[in-house]
Ligand binder design. Structure first.
Ligand SMILES: C[S@@+](CC[C@H](N)C(=O)[O-])C[C@H]1O[C@@H](n2cnc3c(N)ncnc32)[C@H](O)[C@@H]1O
Length: 259
C-alpha cells in the first residue's frame, strides 16, 4: 500500500478538533466564506438537479459542503436503506430519503454536533420521517453490520486520517451486493510530508486527498469489487477564500463499487 495511507502523521485529536471547528462554522455561519464552495452555488457547480435543491429546506442547502454528487454515481431505489457517511447539514440524506420513499430508511452519520443539530432541524423542516442522524465516526460507524443497501458519502473520506478503517466500516455496514457511491477528491500531485502537517490543508479538503490510483487501491483493499473511479471537475476554482487546491491539482472524483 502506498505510504500516503500509513498511520496519520498529524496529531489525530488536534486534527479532529480542527475539522469539527471548521464544519461547525459551515453549519452555523454558512455565509462566512471558506476555502471551498458551499451552498446553492456549490449545488449548481456539482450538477444537482434544480428541483431537488428547491425541494430542500434552505438550511440544508446553505451548508452543503461536498465535493461531488453521489446520486450521479448510481441509482437509489424506492424501499432501499441508505447510510450517508459524514452527512453534514443533511442535504444528501434528505435527497436519499425522498428517493427511497416511505418504505426506505436513511441514516446519516457525522462527528460534528453543530452539523448533526442542523441536519435534524432540516429533517423536521422537510417533514421527513424516514431519516435519522447519528453521532459517530466513519472509523466506527454506529450502524449494524449488513444493514444497508447503499453507502453514500460526499467530501468526507479525504478528511479521515485512517481511511482504511473508514472504508472497512463502509464495507461492513453494506449487505452483500450493496453499493458504495462516494464523491470525494483526488490529487494530481502527492502532498508532501510537510504539507500533511498543515491542518488547514486537511480541513480544506486537500492534505488528506489521495491520487486516483491510491483511492482505487484503498477501496479494492477493503474487499469491494467492480471499483470504478469517475473523474469530476475542478470543484475549488473561485472558492471564497484562496485555496491551495490548484497547487496539488485537486479535482472532484467519484467512486462506485459493490460489496
Ligand atoms: C466536507 S463536509 C461534507 C458534508 C456533507 N457530506 C455535504 O456534502 O455537504 C465533511 C463532513 O464530514 C464530517 N466528518 C469529517 N470527518 C469525519 C469522521 N471521521 N467521522 C464522521 N464525520 C466526519 C464533518 O463533520 C463534516 O460534516
Amino acid at each position: 500500500m502506498p505510504d500516503v495511507l500509513d498511520e496519520p502523521i498529524v496529531d489525530l485529536e488536534a486534527l479532529r478538533a480542527s475539522i469539527r471547528a471548521e464544519y461547525a462554522a459551515v453549519a452555523s455561519e454558512p455565509d462566512r466564506g471558506f476555502h471551498f464552495h458551499t451552498g446553492y452555488h456549490l449545488a449548481a457547480i456539482l450538477g444537482y438537479p434544480q428541483e431537488w435543491i428547491e425541494g430542500l429546506p434552505p438550511g440544508a442547502v446553505v451548508s452543503m459542503a461536498g465535493t461531488g454528487n453521489p446520486f450521479a454515481l448510481g441509482e437509489i431505489r424506492p424501499g432501499e436503506r441508505v447510510v450517508d457517511c459524514g452527512s453534514g447539514a443533511g442535504a444528501d440524506a434528505l435527497i436519499a430519503a425522498r428517493l427511497v420513499g416511505p418504505t426506505g430508511e436513511v441514516i446519516g452519520v457525522d462527528m460534528t454536533h453543530e452539523m448533526l443539530a442542523t441536519a435534524r432541524a432540516n429533517a423536521d423542516a422537510a417533514g421527513v420521517s424516514n431519516v435519522e442522524f447519528r453521532e459517530g465516526l466513519l472509523e466506527s460507524l454506529p450502524v449494524e453490520t449488513g444493514w444497508t443497501d447503499v453507502v453514500i458519502s460526499n467530501g468526507v473520506l479525504n478528511l479521515v486520517p485512517d481511511k482504511a478503517a473508514a472504508v472497512a466500516e463502509m464495507h461492513r455496514v453494506l449487505r452483500p451486493g450493496g453499493r458504495l457511491l462516494a464523491a470525494d477528491i483526488v490529487l494530481e500531485r502527492p502532498v508532501s510530508a510537510t504539507s500533511k502537517l498543515d491542518v488547514s490543508l486537511w480541513t480544506g479538503c486537500i492534505a488528506g486527498g489521495l491520487l486516483e490510483e491510491e483511492l482505487v487501491a484503498l477501496i479494492t483493499a477493503a474487499g469491494f469489487v467492480d471499483v470504478e473511479l469517475v473523474r469530476g471537475g475542478d470543484v475549488f476554482a473561485g472558492a471564497p477564500q484562496q485555496s491551495s487546491a490548484a497547487d496539488f491539482g485537486t479535482r472532484g472524483a467519484g467512486i462506485r463499487a459493490r460489496r
